[in-house]
Write a protein that binds this ligand. Sequence first.
Ligand SMILES: [Ca+2]
Ligand SMILES: [Ca+2]
Length: 318
Amino acid sequence: MTSWIESLESRQLLSAAPNLAATAGQLVFSGVMGASPPAQQIALKNTGSGKLAMQSISISGPNAGQFSVIMKRLPAKLGHGSSFKIKVAFKPTVEGVCTATLDVATNDPDMPVCSIPLRGLGAAGVFESNEPSLQHILNTLQIPVNVGDRDPSTNTLNGPGPSDEIPMQLMQKAGKGPVRIQTLASYSWDSKPVAQFGWYSPTQPAASLHKLFTILKGQSQQLNPKTSGATKFDPGAAIFGLYSTWPFQSHGPTYTQDGRNTWSSPGDPDHQHEVRFYPYKTPDGKTVANTYIAAVEEAFNSDYQDAVLVISNVKPFA
Ligand SMILES: [Ca+2]
Ligand SMILES: [Ca+2]
């Protein structure tokens, strides 16, 4: 039986332990082969009370060579509350999904090596056939959805083959609170802005579009582009569709309703079907209720990654 003194001592030992906490759970990059997108910073902090001995920082994993650490000399120890900032850079020499981990070895008693996932998407170049495919975009972001591309090594959604796509040309709000939209990627032309997004009521004239947000100039050709404007809205019980306008394209908006995309000619591979929806999944394959990937094609090359969105709190209107 442990005496109260021994118990107190062990508790004090435990509370004197160092603890490493990182400011990011993972880092995600995208870039063109041979070039470096901006390096991303991560801070390593000692949130324990004992001294944290910093032993090494390195990168390992299948594509370790695609990433590098930029840091000053590693401090021997970090006191309570102190942190050490480093940067991680991505310079792809290959196309497609790159994975590695940033490994931080310390004397943290319950995690001697803290491994932070690094993920990167390498592109052959910019625009059109140099762009990554929708499937490679989702693979990089660990969204295990099959888009039906018979050859994910090319930007075009070839086929398409059997996929997780669901029919959803119009939708309704599913529950309380607003509808939210997050932009995961944009591989389109670099206009100012790249695109304007919004929603519309199918029973109102085409002109009654409700503007939401834009993808900012300079933010195309990458994952997680910066946007400006409203990324949530409350349509109440209304049935609605999504639209986008693309200044580079002289034709009208792209709508979620195929029949409104009258600018698309019968010879196009995906005649008028310019937005595809897929149920959103977490990395372990679980489908998230009322949440969908929207893959948008703004013109004619059928790559469906001109914008890749996540829309939540909606249900299909059939
Ligand atoms: Ca393809
Ligand atoms: Ca594209």
